[in-house]
Design a protein. Structure first.
Ligand SMILES: NC(=O)C1=CN([C@@H]2O[C@H](COP(=O)(O)OP(=O)(O)OC[C@H]3O[C@@H](n4cnc5c(N)ncnc54)[C@H](OP(=O)(O)O)[C@@H]3O)[C@@H](O)[C@H]2O)C=CC1
Ligand SMILES: CC(=O)C(=O)O
Ligand SMILES: [Mg+2]
Length: 564
């Protein structure tokens, strides 16, 4: 039984004590109301334990929680503290998030969530989502229907743990990534906490250290075959759509081949999207739109003349490259011309046709105009391609070394350098390096956050090119419009909406992404753009929103955001 003390009850504690003495066991939980008291679980016939003589008002308790958080030394300890706070008092957890986004986002999301995933089987305390394993095949529907809030569910983040950030196969330990993304849905776009469903699919792991770890929580077997996985995924998606008829599914951190294949398999059948391919594509297109303007203003060269070089050609690299095609198309280039502006590098070097057979997802951008010996050294590739922008989605720490950044700065008065790999320790370069080696000329965005830099008396602001700017608003739009599918045009609209959301003050400071403190406004802006795109595509099942003008739509979106 849960008792919440409201102001009207606060002088009724004596009555409550008497009541408690008559009951056997009562469990009290605290709720964020302006006045509340913590009671705890009680065993009769004793008086309540933990009943403080003072009334705990919200503001004082907020200050207490923030002080407790800041008293912890290690980011992982802070992560554990915040997880527990979320479990006990999700209003206070989200209040802390919303008022301290730059401080808390790196704790509940990248980079700390990477450590939480690596350590998950060791720091685990209680279930925090749905765990579905290959052993459950044939019974997935029954297990999914165990979810306590079937009718409330609107958004699920699903991972199979096979490529968590740049950390590789972490098996069932991928759960914190689903939880972290969903916390950002709530904090960033006001999705109701009880409508979120974190899911990890345990299909085995090829991580031998985990298989040998007695505390590992997942199945002790190698990953299943592609054929077995396809059958499992078909059953899973079918059961999800029947159990949760209003659910949007975000695929997260599937290994590259499966990321592409399941997006294609399900995107026209269910409302799904892949965050690493589409969310990352959208966030980078957005930052690139703003960066290219700054770079072209300095070089005097037209926007259509940019050339982009990618280090890394996995789900993220190719997803971003695909989305950046629309940058060039917006400048009036044909598809062929746009493709020629993009070059990809993988672990074997520059990708070109004459190199020989390659994975399907690399073929589109494989260069046709080079047939010489393999180009494997990044400096040689930069000299060959002469890029205006260098993007890293390779998981190779320090791949953008001093020589690379200097080579980019030599070619461009304002080089665009985006080391986008996560977590921060896998970033292709650090912000202070890029600023110093380019002598303050770099236009920079990274996947994980870096601190602001001072260089020669000027302050430099790093952009965070992370899909966390996109998925909350995109998801909110899909939920409110009840989109039957998530179309490419909706994803592009999210990107243009983000690019457009900078304030004049942010532009004045050469920022290419807005301040994360404004995430709710940004998500509102993105959501409106995406809802309009869904309407244009005719995939909106809630057609009431069509009657609203833009101001009414924005007010409506705002009114639907949950506030702690
Ligand atoms: N900022 C953001 O919002 C996001 C960032 N990411 C980050 O992007 C990174 C990559 O993710 P994803 O694409 O899914 O991962 P993949 O493992 O699929 O891709 C990694 C790519 O890097 C290439 N690579 C590996 N080693 C080298 C090397 N020495 N030189 C050049 N290329 C190399 C691989 O080559 P090969 O193909 O030959 O194996 C592959 O193409 C991760 O760190 C992830 O965290 C992902 C999503 C969003
Ligand atoms: C940010 C993200 O989705 C990733 O690194 O995989
Ligand atoms: Mg991801």
């Amino acid at each position: 039984m849960t008792v919440v003390l409201t102001p009207y009850w606060s002088n009724g504690v004596q009555k409550l004590r008497a009541m408690l003495q008559r009951k056997h066991t009562l469990s009290f939980s605290r709720r964020a109301s302006n006045f509340h008291r913590t009671l705890g679980t009680l065993a009769p016939p004793k008086l309540p334990k933990g009943l403080t003589p003072t009334v705990l008002d919200d503001e004082t308790h907020y200050a207490r929680c923030l002080a407790q958080l800041r008293s912890k030394d290690k980011p992982l300890e802070k992560y554990i503290y915040l997880s527990q706070l979320k479990e006990h008092d999700h209003h206070m957890f989200y209040k802390l998030c919303l008022h301290n986004m730059p401080e808390i986002t790196p704790l509940i999301y990248t980079p700390t969530v990477g450590d939480a995933c690596i350590q998950y089987s060791h720091i685990y305390r209680k279930p925090e989502g749905l765990y579905l394993s290959y052993k459950d095949k044939g019974n997935l529907g029954k297990i999914i229907r165990n979810w306590p809030r079937l009718n409330d569910a609107r958004i699920s983040v699903v991972t199979d743990g096979s490529r968590i950030l740049g950390l590789g196969d972490l098996g069932i330990n991928g759960m914190p990534i689903a939880i972290g993304k969903l916390s950002l849905y709530v904090a960033g776009a006001g999705i109701r906490p009880d409508s979120t469903v974190p899911i990890v699919l345990d299909l085995g792991t090829n991580n031998q250290a985990f298989l040998d770890d007695p505390l590992y929580l997942g199945l002790r077997q190698k990953r299943i075959s592609d054929e077995e996985m396809n059958a499992f995924m078909d059953e899973f998606m079918h059961e999800m759509s029947t159990a949760f008829p209003k659910l949007l599914v975000q695929f997260e951190d599937f290994s590259t081949d499966h990321a592409f294949s399941y997006l294609e398999r399900f995107r026209n059948k269910y409302p799904v999207f892949n965050d690493d391919i589409q969310g990352t594509g959208a966030v980078v297109l957005s930052g690139f739109l703003n960066a290219a303007k700054l770079s072209s203003a300095a070089s005097g060269r037209p926007l259509s003349s940019h050339r982009i070089l990618f280090l890394g050609s996995g789900s993220a690299g190719v997803g971003v490259a695909m989305q950046l095609m629309s940058f060039f198309k917006l400048q009036g280039l044909s598809e062929e011309e746009a493709r020629d502006r993009i070059s990809l590098v993988d672990s074997q070097g520059l990708i070109y046709n004459a190199r020989g057979p390659m994975a399907e997802h690399k073929k589109f951008f494989s260069r046709r105009d080079y047939a010489g010996p393999p180009l494997t050294n990044l400096i040689d590739i930069i000299e060959h391609v002469k890029p205006t922008a260098l993007l890293g989605l390779s998981t190779i720490k320090s791949a953008f070394n001093q020589q690379v950044i200097e080579a980019m700065a030599e070619l461009n008065p304002r080089p665009i350098i985006f080391p986008l790999s996560n977590p921060v320790r896998l970033s292709e370069c650090e912000f202070h390096e890029a600023v110093t080696w380019s002598k303050g000329q770099v236009i920079f965005a990274s996947g994980s956050p870096f601190p602001v830099q001072e260089y020669q008396g000027r302050t430099y602001y790093p952009g965070q090119g992370n899909n966390m700017y996109i998925f909350p608003g995109l998801g909110l739009a899909a939920i409110l419009s009840r989109a039957s599918t998530v179309t490419d045009i909706m994803v592009e609209a999210s990107s243009l909406g983000l690019a457009d959301s900078l304030t004049p003050e942010e532009r004045e400071l050469d920022m290419i992404y807005p301040r994360v403190e404004r995430i709710r406004d940004i998500s509102n802006h993105i959501a409106c753009a995406v809802i309009r795109a869904a309407q244009k595509a005719g995939v909106d099942r809630n057609q009431d929103l069509r009657r609203m003008n833009d101001a009414q739509l924005s007010d409506f979106v705002k009114s639907r955001m949950w506030i702690p």
